[in-house]
Design a protein. Structure first.
Length: 354
């Protein structure tokens, strides 16, 4: 009893620290960038825009205002939203397929998005969406790939965790093959370069048009998954155990897959492909605080948001007068962590040690 209370108290303290850390990260990260702007100027712009302080009216427009309010601030908020979304999707995907090394892209979602982007740029599909054609087509294709995985895994009976993984691998291979074929036959080098850069991930497209869409979606979906922690916990035990307890997880698994795919689709639409976030963060939180999704989801959401904010800051300051694609930096961090987990073979998952 005392041990349980200690764990609950520790969890509450960590949650408060992470919440405060997220607020601090948002406020502090705005001060970083290649443009030489003082901290005082940064916060004068923000105070004027939020509170309309008359004494700071000199910062209502101009270069400093545009850099802080139109570029940096929405970029930080978008990083927080996407980091939160990808981390939570990682937690959910790992429970759905009962595979501790799964992430949001394991079921063909990223390859589907890659094919959609290639089709938009090379074939001109989705031209009616204008400048947003590539991102929107990537979103549509990512969700379509998820539907295809669910359909294939349901052939010959109900889908299971194993069938989902196999179907995801098949769809991923097909989408990647078609996308690479389009790139191979294309004679447009600019289009190929654009697709290549998009596939590396970037938050440079953040603005006050996409942030009010992406951020609420990620927060709402995270809250929905948080309310489903009991079923997510049951998924770790397997379908047979869940059925003996009077719960059929088939419909829940499909619903969670679709909602996760929508979240990843929006993230891909806004920032391209950013891998490993959904693998690194859930593992770190699981090793520290256990597998109970009631705690795992909020901890992963906050940590993922903080992680991607500072990863983006690093991308902006590592190279002078240039920007490193965030997908590259996250992969450089994530790949060694993935290898470590594979070699160590002692990560906890669903009450077992793998």
């Amino acid at each position: 009893m005392k041990e349980s209370r200690k764990k609950t108290s520790l969890y509450g303290i960590v949650l408060l620290i992470l919440g405060a850390g997220l607020v601090f990260s948002i406020l502090a990260s705005i001060t970083f960038g290649n443009a030489d702007i003082s901290i005082q100027e940064v916060y004068k712009v923000i105070f004027y825009e939020i509170f309309h302080v008359d004494s700071f009216s000199a910062y209502q427009d101009g270069a400093v205002h545009d850099v802080v309010w139109l570029i940096r601030f929405p970029r930080v908020l978008l990083a927080a939203g996407i980091g939160m979304g990808l981390s939570v999707c990682g937690v959910v995907m790992q429970a759905v397929v009962k595979n501790p090394l799964a992430d949001p892209y394991v079921l063909g979602v990223s390859s589907g998005a890659y094919l959609g982007a290639a089709a938009a740029i090379i074939l001109g599909i989705g031209a009616i969406f204008g400048d947003n054609a590539m991102g929107i087509m990537a979103f549509i294709s990512a969700v379509a790939a998820s539907f295809a995985v669910l359909f294939i895994s349901g052939i010959g009976g109900r889908s299971s965790a194993g069938k989902l993984i196999l179907a995801g691998m098949a769809i991923s291979s097909v989408c990647s093959a078609f996308a690479n074929f389009l790139i191979y036959i294309s004679q447009n080098r600019d289009a190929t370069t654009q697709i290549s850069y998009w596939s590396m991930g970037s938050l440079a497209t953040a603005d006050w048009d996409n942030v009010p869409v992406i951020l609420p979606i990620m927060i709402l979906a995270t809250l929905i998954f948080w309310t489903q922690y009991r079923k997510l916990n049951l998924m770790l035990l397997g379908d047979e155990t869940a059925i003996t307890l009077g719960t059929d997880l088939h419909k829940a698994r499909i619903a969670y897959m679709l909602l996760s795919s929508f979240m990843v689709g929006f993230a891909v639409c806004a920032a391209g492909m950013i891998g490993f976030v959904g693998l690194i963060i859930p593992h770190a939180m699981r090793m520290l605080f256990g597998t109970d999704h009631k705690r795992l989801i909020p901890l992963s959401a906050l940590t993922g948001a903080i992680f991607l904010i500072w990863a983006d800051v690093a991308c902006r300051v590592i190279l002078k007068n240039s920007e490193l694609p965030i997908g590259i930096l996250v992969s450089l961090i994530g790949a060694p962590c993935f290898i470590y987990l594979m070699v160590r073979k002692s990560y906890g998952f669903g009450g077992e040690r793998s």
